[in-house]
Design a protein around this ligand. Structure first.
Ligand code: FE
Ligand code: FE
Ligand code: FE
Length: 165
């Protein structure tokens, strides 16, 4: 048993998110490529830049905790990305694939929202307010991204996807 304390459990969570963000930086360029809607491409590009900053932010978190930045393979993100890749192969390119890409991206955002929310709460609990504030910053970005994707789906993509038979 390698995790026996609350501190270790918190650290394990951060290592999981750190790996998750790296996986996302590899997946997003493929999603940008696969997207047709210019709004969606733009949103993915923006989030790729944001994700790179989130990695740097996590490195600051490890630093504040006096820990080495380490990746623990995130199995959930791997699975979510694999489902997205299936869609890219199966779904006809255009508004239908755009809808599927948004679906996949939002599943990842929700996983991140849960992970960062938990990590933020753990940090607060441990009295590490500086760490909690950094995690909260990223949490906000993930929530905003999720909302933006909902808006794009509702205003452009889904209507077009449903109109085509
Ligand atoms: Fe992220
Ligand atoms: Fe994970
Ligand atoms: Fe994200």
């Amino acid at each position: 048993m390698s995790v026996t304390t609350f501190e270790e459990l918190s650290l394990e969570g951060l290592q999981d998110i750190y790996d998750s963000e790296h996986q996302i930086t590899t997946a997003l360029p493929k999603m940008i490529e696969a997207a047709t809607s210019s709004d969606l491409k733009k949103a993915f590009k923006h989030h790729l830049a944001q994700t790179e900053e989130q990695i740097t932010r996590l490195e600051k978190v490890f630093d504040l905790l006096g820990e080495k930045a380490k990746r623990k393979p995130c199995v959930a993100t791997k699975g979510l990305i694999a489902e997205g890749s299936e869609h890219m192969k199966e779904v006809a390119k255009g508004s239908l694939l755009d809808a599927a890409l948004i679906e996949g991206a939002q599943k990842i955002e929700h996983y991140e929202i849960a992970s960062y929310g938990t990590a933020r709460t753990y940090a607060r609990q441990a009295g590490k307010d500086d760490v909690a504030a950094l995690l909260e910053e990223t949490l906000k970005e993930e929530e905003e991204t999720d909302q933006l994707l909902t808006n794009i789906a509702e205003t452009v993509v889904n209507r077009k996807a449903a109109a085509k038979h």
